[in-house]
Design a protein around this ligand. Structure first.
Ligand code: PMP
Length: 446
């Protein structure tokens, strides 16, 4: 598989050779690190992209989940181009940020007010600061494997460091402020909240770790809502991926559980850089000059040169309007559901004891080396891939799975699954099923 990949991608190889001299590991995002080297993309449209070697690929990563409307949606492109000609940064307030915030307020249940940031990482950082200021408490409760960006409170407990020990460069004092509990374990949450009266916030990916790879139940979320309310703890839903994807109102809209705060990025900015924290009026008061003056307290500091930049704002308004007024989320979900069924069928036909699972428009691969088929509602079994992932032979196999998929015209979410968009129609689904089968056969032949 590696030899076939090298033969098919000389352009990517050449670019990576240069990149290796300029960028650590030749990449700009840890998840793009690939052995022997990543694929370099030249252009994209709708659900498809073309690499620098002219190979046509169906994109199942969708801008890390940002592109539920596919690449270059005509409305989004036109809005961004119009704005590029009118100015990319005014260094002042503008009408688009007001309209954008209005759409979020209208669509997202918890969003009484909004503060824009430039990324999802910044949004979760701000959400924690808001919760601390609001409660006057220091500690944060998180779940193992739930990803919330890369700032100091989040840079452990996802791919290891489940005990809460810090990764390089993170202060032990900061890591000590974070309590990590097993995903989906309401008793562990209850115990932590009983034992620690200094917890400001609980933050969670509301469909489960890594966009639902380790799912949580709606019952768990309702329990979390009740417990956090009872203990006066701020409940934060990290809807960076799920926002405007699970439903126009995100996971909270679909599940009927309203958090105190939520964080948004990716789709919220129409596929351009941007993010936001949204939530209860009185919590956002900690960013409000007048509220601070009225109460005689100091407000939270927040700047950011590119917050709600006009180009992102224009793209965002176009995207959110399409999502609000159309059936974008439903179409992406239906495409994913069709692929889950078809991919599982291929696994059975090929005699491979894996399974494909997931909800809404995300699909996960369960590639258990023990050959066990698992019940998607068995949370203990679901939690297993992380530990298994740590072993080297498995990493090699997963790296090969990724390369085999890319070689067969599928750009997946790493080796872990697919993210669908509303532009993945029947042709892309057929393409994916055929590519999945060919990739699996390549793996079997290794
Ligand atoms: N939270 C979640 C749930 C995410 O998936 C991500 C990014 N994948 C982030 C936060 C961080 O967002 P960003 O990459 O925009 O900083």
């Amino acid at each position: 598989i590696v030899a076939a990949y090298v033969e098919a991608t000389p352009g990517s190889a050449a670019l990576h050779a240069q990149a290796a001299q300029r960028l650590p590991s030749g990449v700009v995002h840890d998840s793009r690190y690939t052995d022997p080297y990543p694929m370099y993309t030249e252009r994209a449209t709708g659900p498809r992209k073309w690499d620098v070697d002219g190979r046509e690929i169906v994109d199942f990563y969708g801008g890390h989940g940002a592109l539920i409307l596919g690449h270059c949606h005509p409305d989004i492109t036109a809005a961004a181009q119009r704005q590029l000609a009118l100015g990319t940064h005014f260094g002042s307030c503008h009408a688009l940020e007001v309209e954008w915030a209005g759409l979020i307020q209208e669509m997202v249940p918890c969003a009484e007010r909004v503060r824009f940031t430039s990324s999802g990482t910044e949004a979760t950082h701000m959400a924690l600061r808001l919760a601390r200021a609001f409660t006057g408490k220091p500690r944060i409760l998180r779940f193992q494997r739930h990803f919330h960006g890369w700032h100091d409170h989040m840079a452990f407990g996802v791919d290891g460091h489940f005990d809460g020990s810090p990764t390089p460069g993170v202060l032990p004092e900061i890591a000590a402020e974070v309590l990590l509990v097993p995903p989906g374990d309401i008793a562990a949450v209850e115990q932590a909240l009983d034992e620690h009266d200094d917890i400001a916030a609980v933050i969670i990916e509301p469909t489960g770790a890594s966009t639902g790879a380790v799912p949580v139940s709606a019952e768990f979320l309702h329990g979390l809502r009740a417990l956090t309310r009872q203990h006066g703890v701020v409940l934060i839903f990290d809807e960076v991926v799920t926002g405007f994807r699970v439903s126009p109102g995100g996971a909270q809209g679909a599940l009927g559980v309203t958090p105190d705060l939520c964080t948004l990025a990716k789709i919220v900015a129409g596929g351009l850089p941007g993010g936001a924290v949204a939530g209860r009026w009185e919590i956002l008061d900690w960013l409000d000059f007048d509220a601070a003056a009225a109460s005689g307290r100091e407000k939270i500091k927040h700047q950011g040169t590119y917050n709600a930049n006009p180009v992102s704002a224009a793209a965002a308004i176009a995207a959110l309007t399409l999502i609000r007024d159309g059936d974008v989320c439903e179409r992406a979900t239906a495409a994913a559901q069709a692929l889950r069924v078809a991919f599982n069928q291929v696994l059975v036909e090929e005699g491979i004891p894996w399974s494909v699972y997931g909800e809404h428009s995300v699909l996960h691969f369960f590639t258990n080396p023990q050959g066990m088929r698992i019940d998607p509602l068995d949370f203990d079994a679901m939690a297993q891939p992380a530990s298994v992932l740590a072993s080297d032979p498995r990493k090699t196999m997963l790296a090969k799975l990724y390369l085999a998929l890319v070689l067969n015209g599928i750009d997946p979410k790493g080796s872990r699954g697919l993210i669908l968009s509303a532009t993945h129609g029947q042709a892309e689904q057929d393409w994916a099923v055929a590519g999945w089968r060919r990739a699996l056969r390549m793996l079997k032949a290794e």
